[in-house]
Design a protein around this ligand. Structure first.
Ligand SMILES: NC(=O)c1ccc[n+]([C@@H]2O[C@H](COP(=O)([O-])OP(=O)(O)OC[C@H]3O[C@@H](n4cnc5c(N)ncnc54)[C@H](O)[C@@H]3O)[C@@H](O)[C@H]2O)c1
Length: 283
């Protein structure tokens, strides 16, 4: 059966762990060749060995423009061009409340989460134009839609990613380059431990802990996994989404549908708390 990404070449940042790794695996299974760009070189080398001729690893810190440019150029030198850019690398911070915010911390989060994808798009454009178009996908977050899902700099940056994707779509869609964002909900990955500054090995173990415990945090009774986001990325990367540009897809098991009491009887409705005792008995 034909793969949905047959003949396509993708660059996926943050490609050796979590959502990025799940997307590398799915994209390869669907026929793409992929440059996985990341800063975890050992995992990158292992990934290349797992998928010889299909995955190339590029050391790429997305806070460094030259490294972004080099990772994108690798798509051309290794695989002949670029059709898909998945700007997905990310980390969070511990500046949960305003008094904890530092100027350096704020700039770092914005450099990784917003400036990195912006520069990625900038350097992807000439390569995509040479192929007649392309698809850019930026990982945002439900933290960019609602308060309460991440620290303030992270959440603000992710809101920026959603809007940047719209503005970029307006500029690039006439040139047949579509741009969209994905807003994951709670996904079992290493990001929680990594954002606490724990060593990667410990952070990787925390991903398994989230996978065990996260089935009850949203209406859909299963833990969100990297593959769930990879499937959305596959749709946006493939020609199935040829008419989709400038939007964001929320993939969160329904966690943002509304207040918890809407789907969890045990959460207690505020209406029941206020006047439950005045309700007439059902007839
Ligand atoms: N896991 C979730 O619940 C969740 C929810 C919403 C959004 N996200 C977003 O999903 C994306 C992927 O995160 P994940 O959950 O798969 O976590 P992860 O930690 O498993 O993967 C993130 C990857 O990004 C890489 N990375 C970090 N800083 C980098 C840098 N400066 N340059 C290049 N690579 C860098 C890491 O090495 C890692 O491989 C992030 O943008 C994150 O903000 C995750």
């Amino acid at each position: 059966m034909a793969g949905r990404l047959d003949g396509k070449v993708a660059v996926i940042t943050g490609g050796v762990s979590g959502i990025g790794l799940g997307s590398v695996e799915l994209f390869v299974a669907e026929g793409a060749r992929v440059v996985a760009a990341d800063i975890q070189d050992e995992k990158g080398a292992m990934l290349e060995k797992r998928f010889p001729g299909k995955v190339a690893y590029a050391h790429c810190d997305v806070t460094d423009e030259a490294q972004i440019e080099a990772a994108l150029a690798k798509a051309k030198t290794e695989f002949g061009g670029l059709d898909i850019l998945f700007n997905n690398a990310g980390i969070s911070d511990r500046m949960s409340s305003l008094p904890e915010v530092t100027a350096e911390g704020w700039s770092w989060i914005f450099d990784v989460l917003v400036r990195g994808p912006a520069l990625g798009m900038k350097h992807a454009v000439p390569l995509m134009l040479a192929r007649g178009g392309g698809s850019i996908i930026n990982t945002a977050s439900i933290a960019g839609l609602q308060a309460g899902w991440g620290p303030i700099a992270y959440s603000t940056a992710k809101a920026g990613v959603i809007h940047m994707s719209r503005v970029a779509a307006a500029q690039l869609s006439p040139q047949k380059i579509r741009v969209n964002a994905i807003c994951p909900g709670l996904i079992a990955t290493s990001i929680f431990g990594a954002s606490l500054g724990l060593p990667r090995e410990v952070a990787d173990q925390m991903a398994a802990r989230v996978a065990e415990g996260a089935a009850k945090v949203q209406p859909v009774p299963k833990a969100g996994m990297p593959e769930d986001i990879a499937q959305a990325a596959l749709y946006l990367a493939s020609d199935a989404s040829a008419f989709v540009s400038g939007t964001h897809i929320v993939v969160d098991g329904g966690i943002t549908v509304g207040s918890r009491h809407a789907w969890d009887q045990s959460a207690g409705s505020p209406f029941a708390a206020m006047f439950g005792d005045m309700m007439p008995e059902p007839s």
